[in-house]
Structures are given as C-alpha cells and as structure tokens.
Write a protein that binds this ligand. Sequence first.
Ligand code: CMC
Length: 441
Amino acid sequence: MSDTLSITDNRTGKKYELPIHDGTIRAMDLRQIKAGPDDFGLMTYDPAFMNTANCRSAITYIDGEKSILLYRGYPIEQLAEQSDYLETAYLILFGELPTASQIQNWTRDIIHHTMLHENIKKLMEGFQYDAHPMAIFLSTVGAMSGFYPDAKQIFDKGARMRQTHRLIAKVPSIAAWAYRHSIGRPYVYPDNDLSFTANFLNMLFKMTELKYQPNPVLARALDVLFILHADHEQNCSTTTMRTIGSSHADPYSSLAGAAAALYGPLHGGANEAVLRMLSEIGSVGKVPEFIKRVKAGELRLTGFGHRVYKNYDPRAKIIKRIAYEVFEVTGKNPLIDIAIDLERIALQDDYFVSRRLYPNVDFYSGIIYEAMGLPVAMFPVLFAIARTAGWMAQWAEMLLDEEQKITRPKQIYLGHDAREYLSLDQRQEGGALETEVRGPL
Ligand code: CMC
C-alpha cells in the first residue's frame, strides 16, 4: 500500500499525489491544488485545531482512547508512584531521567533561584486584597520580563537555561505570595532546606514558628499533583506558549500568556469551577436534579469531558486515590461524597456514556486542595506552577525546531469587498451601517 493520498480535482480533472508521513498530510502540499492561475491554492479550515498537528514533539504522548499518558515515554502512573516533581520536570525538559549527580545539580540550581526580587514584592503589594491570585500570578510572571534582560537572548543556551531555572524556582514563590497577599499575611521567604513542595507549603502556611515543618503526606500529595499537571501536549495554554514564543518574545512574556490561557474555566480554571459547582449542589440528595439540568443543556458538569480523553483521564484515577491519603491527615472533605455520587450517576447515564464524558484531572484535584486549606481561587495557580515545566520544555522545543516559524493561521474572509470611505455626513442614523455592526461591542 502506498503512503500517499491521491486527490482528483473535479474542477480541473487534475490528479495530485500527496505524501503521508506520520499519519498526516502537509497542509502546504494542498496549495498546489488550484482551479486557475490566480487561485491562491487549497487551504484547510479547522476552527479550534480539532484535526491539525501544529508541531512535531517528543515530550508527551496521550492516547485518549486507551487512557494512556506518557512523559518522554514513561507512564504517568509510574512517575506518580516513584518520581517527584523536580525529577519529572527534569525529565520533561531534558528528555531523560537524571542521574544522581544530575538531579543533585538540578535541585541545587532550582533552590538557588527561589527568591524574588524585592521590587517584585512591591509590585505584588500594589494589588487590591481581593484580586484573584491568578491575576496576580500572571501579571507578576509577565513583569519578570523586565527584571531579567538576558531573557531576550532566546537562542543562547545558557540564557535559556537560566530562565528555566528561574521560572521553575520562582513560580511557587509568586503563587504563595499571591495567596498571602489575598489573606493579608506577610509574605514568607523560601526555606531552601525543604523540598520543592515542602517549601511551597512553608511559604503558604508558615506563621510565627521559627521553622515550618510541613506534613510529609501533604507535601508528597502535592508532589504527585504537580507531576500529574506537569505537561499535557498541545492544549490551549501550551499552544499559547508556543504561539507567543514563536514571535521570539522572551519566556516570561510567553509564560504570562500561557498562564492567562490556563485561567479560563474550560481549561485550568475548571478545578476552581468544580469546587464551586460541588458547593452549589450542596448535598448528595441534590445530585440527580443537578444531572437533569446538565442533560437539559442548562449547564456543564465541570470536571467531566476532555478534547482528547474519550475514556477515564488516567490522572483523575490517581488523584482520586490520593484524596483519601490526604483525608487521613486533614479529615474528610464532605464534597468528595457529592463528587463520587455525580461520577457514579454520570457514568451510568446515556447522555454522558454516548458522548464519552468521563472525569478529567480537575474533577478531584480541587477537593484535595481544599482539604489542604487552600481557597478555590488558588487552584488554577497550583496548576500553573506544575505546568511551568511543560510550558518551558514545549517553548524550547518550538524554538529549536527548524520547521517552526512565527505562528500565523489563515482565515476565510467573510467581510465586505473593498468600498469607498463614507464621510460622517454620509452615514445615516439607524441606517444599514448601524444595524450591520457585528462583533463584541
Ligand atoms: N458536561 C455536559 N456536557 C458536556 C460536557 C460537560 N462537562 N463536556 C462536553 N459535553 C457535551 C457537549 O455539550 C457536546 O454535546 P452535544 O454533542 O450534544 O452538543 C458534547 O459533549 C461534545 O462537547 P464539546 O464541547 O464539543 O467537546 P470539546 O472537546 O470541545 O470540549 C471540554 C472539551 C473539556 C472543553 C468540555 O468537555 C468541557 O467543557 N468540560 C467541562 C470543563 C472542564 O472540565 N475542563 C477541564 C478540562 S481538563 C483540564 C485541562 O485540560 O485544562
């Protein structure tokens, strides 16, 4: 069987052979299909990139039918069981698990970059007390672009490495300070004797004690949650990171944009939305009524469904198990009963079964975060801390890929043909001009 696609253009009778590589044809190969000499060439129309590969990547593999998620070939279940976040971040960024000396150096490099510039603190202090921590987070990450001018040297390997260390190390500090800001408590400086997640808990929760001792079960649970969120191939925020980075903007600016994409309730904001939804439902008895409203199209069952997973999200399975380990320490979060009942009913219901809607990563993660004492507004921020490793790896992969250029999709133009400018006295009140105005305003 030949690995080409034969196309006959019925308009011209011409035949074309398009090579198929890696299960794809190149969209640019379609350009040769023209009806006439002035014809621009055939394009593809693919809103939301439902069926378009935008890059070649060796970082993360997902098989949504079989519930498989691999980072650099390693199954997520094994990493969640045996690795920790910093090691997984190294794997995602550099392609292999580190040796003993590599992890030692990597950990040291991260630890040496956890402090934030005092002027960053001042910037954060400028926010209102009730600013959403994600707004503080993404603005602060963007502002860091102004603190590290060498970030612009994106084709310098050493500079790229420095920004990678800085970003992975500093995002927990920014996140923790955003939280402390929202509750009016003094910001806590990093404690570099602690592990990555233990130090994060320290910066979140330390009070007057001289040394904060995080609960090891909670620190480990957070590590696992961070591993599960570290990368997820070409999702909305990663595509944003690549798109902004493709203009050769520095990584802080690109990452601020990626974090903004993550903020939306259809993406990383979903874990926050799940908690609000579970609290609104309020009790197990009200679950059937809620499911009825979802089926009537009044609202979505947040934390369910995924563009890629048409089966149980493997991350959701792991998170569900961790929830009970966390509850051993914190006491049970009563919302878990509502979540379990929602899942039970949904997985038996034809509406969800026929649409292949299963719990995703966000369905149970918020319940754990809440049990740990974190407010819902912090949930997308926690997602962003973990995803920083993936964003940076995807950004570097994009930059070093010789096939990549500045991202610039095409459009199908539906507007007016060229027309003459109308002076103000030619424009009629209530006339066609006014009524034809379309758009968001
Ligand atoms: N509740 C009820 N119905 C749903 C849901 C849901 N959560 N998700 C999808 N559907 C229905 C949807 O109404 C549509 O039905 P119909 O064919 O009758 O119109 C069908 O399922 C297909 O939905 P879609 O919107 O075309 O699917 P999509 O691939 O564009 O959307 C999604 C994927 C994740 C945005 C969507 O499933 C959703 O909105 N889920 C809730 C939000 C959520 O949990 N997001 C977190 C995603 S995982 C973390 C991350 O990647 O950030």
